[in-house]
Ligand binder design. Sequence first.
Ligand SMILES: *Cc1c(COP(=O)(O)O)cnc(C)c1O
Length: 420
Amino acid sequence: MTATVDNHRGAEAIAEAEQWTAHNYHPLPVVIADAEGAWVTDVDGKRYLDCLAAYSALNFGHRHPLLVAAARGQLDRVTLTSRAFLHDQFGPFCRELAELCAESQSGAAGEARGTAEMVLPMNTGAEAIETAIKVARAWGYRIKGVPDGQATIVVAAGNFHGRTTTIVSFSTDPEARAGFGPYTPGFRIVPYGDLEAMAEAIDDTTVAVLIEPIQGEAGVYVPPDEYLVGVRSLCTTHNVLFVADEIQSGLGRTGDTFAVQHAGVVPDLYVLGKALGGGIVPVSAVVGRRDVLGVLRPGEHGSTFGGNPMACAVGRAVVGLLRTGEYQERAKRLGAVLHERLGSLVGHGIVAVRGRGLWAGVDIDPTLMTGRQATERLLARGVLAKDTHGSTIRLAPPLVITSDEVHWAVDQLSEVVAGD
Ligand SMILES: *Cc1c(COP(=O)(O)O)cnc(C)c1O
């Protein structure tokens, strides 16, 4: 340990990364060396409160002891088998994850018909979305009776579902999409929150509606509860699968296990990722009804690493943490503190605040600074956050953050927007 803190090593590491990596990201100028809980330390010894939590992949904080123990224990046993063989973490992970989803449905309204009976594990979020798209199309052709090659999927404007060629085909963000064609057909884009437009877009070829119950990347847009209830009802009426992308909104972030629970609805397929890997390994999954996921036959879909022993061991530990309810409760209680504090800044350098639980989209007054500038100034004050679009920043701290730390982070933001 050096006695003085300077930013010497950080500057070198930034220059190296700049030279040797593709510039598909524009990271903030901080080089993290270690981390614990809600805090990270950079290579020069400066500490920062992590208010991004890897876009919610770190819901349980950095290096949660139970998750690290699960990973360590598995490292000493077996790390990879491929899906050519079963391993002893696979069945238990799938069962426990399905049970977590099923338990979350207990309070849902009568119209709900979804159940969580099967799991298809993958690695990244984008892969899980691709999986859901393939499953929905296969279900459409084999069960619903849509003529081959004609399936359509209704999605929402402003969506973020990942970065693969098929997924960016139905993005409305020019940065994500433009210049990467030709695009995959079969998607119909309707405005988020507009049930009438959705009803019009659905016809006999429609196999699924794919939406985020809260649009994260777009700036944390929370639709009215009636919207999700309406989507459920349209899907039920027209025999269309309701696919909920809960990759960012799920697993505790909003104060419940899943964001759809706030509206009391149950999707036909949950798409999960990010926090499912406990911030240690990429783990994603599609969870849903047996008559839907059951359409896949051996050889039709897969992934070498999907459902590997390390992923399943960590995933089981994540499910174990969620089954205590403690993290959902923290997100609810501390989210109320976060939103009360942020709300009081509206009109004082902040134009609007949206969100639920420990998750907020904050629109900074665009005449003051861009979102990027705000995050740079927060960084200088020891808070890690990320802009989404224009002058919007997103706050999503690990759910292990304390009340004092929430207050401190908002203090820093209020001083940044006050120009101090
Ligand atoms: C992050 C995210 C994805 C993509 O996940 P990756 O693991 O980055 O591929 C998909 N949908 C939503 C809502 C996300 O937030």
